[in-house]
Write a protein that binds this ligand. Sequence first.
Ligand code: DGY
Length: 321
Amino acid sequence: MKPKVYITRRIPKEAMDIIAGRCEYRIWDREDEAVPRDVLEAEVGDVDGLFSLLTERIDERLLDRAPRLKVVANMAVGYDNIDVAACMRRGITVTNTPGVLTETTADLAFSLMMAAARRVTEAERFLREGKWKTWSPMLLTGVDLYGKTLGIIGLGRIGQAVARRARGFSMRVLYTSDRPHPDLEAGLGVERCDLDGLLKESDFVSIHVPLTDRTRGMIGRRELSLMKPTAVLVNTSRGAVVREQELIETLREKRIFAAGLDVFETEPLPQDSPLLELDNVVLLPHIGSASIATRTKMAVMAAENLVRLLSGQEPLNPVTV
Ligand code: DGY
């Protein structure tokens, strides 16, 4: 008998083919609507495997309803949506999709730095709204990126990829990390620094830590107050790493130059969020890894992890806590 699987969203055909060949599956076959919680709870009752996205909360309550579950294959590198410890206690393997989205996400972090520094989206709104009357010396002037100092919070795969891009812009790169990386310091020309020092010295700060109990809320009013008034903050990791209300106040009072955000405390960003009223922030709908090639690779990787585990092989990307 084939293992039973539930897939929580429509996914690329390449990944569907992997699952369909080896499993019996049901799917929440929608493109842009997350599976409602009550549907998910009902669907997991008889499944051996779950293909999930970061929009699904995999907690004790859900696991209680899934007595046969053996694997949760998350189509994301981050897995803060999953209670991994609870899964491990029940012998359920959790997998993620590291590596394949590194360069794509680093590209977006860099895009956000440049867009926020040079007011790209604000300038486009200005033009579209018919406000462009004439070329003028100080119209929509921003801050330069070339040759400036970049602070990378978390020098994991994506942080390193951002550091590599920064070399092309002759930037000095500082980083924070729990431990020194002498090999990377030599190879990438980056300098380790404590968080306060990095915030004080950097012209651009880019966040690349996973969301954990330690990193939740790590950038708040105090940290933001250490940044230069000309600095730009970029977050492509998880929204809850930054205390959003405190960032809003900082931006409103123009105590930093701008921010570029791809992630938020609540996603989708509520339509009444004060962020939507601010011109000095570039806002994106969590598209860090959203290239066709990368999202396809992520889906295939998650599907392979799922199928391997259910056919008695070791998954390629198990996560532990
Ligand atoms: C992840 O993989 O964790 C991203 O947030 C989505 O690509």
